[in-house]
Unconditional design. Structure first.
Length: 94
């Protein structure tokens, strides 16, 4: 992760068009962030992956994937146990 003096910036990927998240990430990098965390859950996980790939291929060719984490959480809704998957991708610029 980032050093103690600098926290990575967070982009939560949802249902909006992928270029919204690409733009948000570019803005964070332009403001001086060395790392950006993209987090998605459930059906939005492929959108998170698409966002990172667009950043790497189109805008920041020197971008490096620092970490990829996946996990799931269980909770009970109306007596049924549901599991939601999450993914976090940390990207950094040299």
């Amino acid at each position: 992760m980032a050093s103690a003096g600098q926290r990575p910036r967070l982009v939560i990927v949802g249902k909006k068009p992928v270029f919204r998240y690409v733009t948000a990430s570019i803005v964070l990098f332009n403001r001086g962030s060395k790392e950006v965390e993209l987090v998605a859950r459930g059906k939005n996980i492929p959108l998170c992956v698409d966002t990172v790939e667009l950043l790497r291929k189109s805008f920041h060719q020197d971008l490096r994937i620092k970490d990829i984490s996946t996990w799931s959480e269980e909770f009970v809704v109306n007596g049924k146990t549901r599991r939601i998957s999450y993914m976090k991708i940390v990207v950094e610029r040299p």
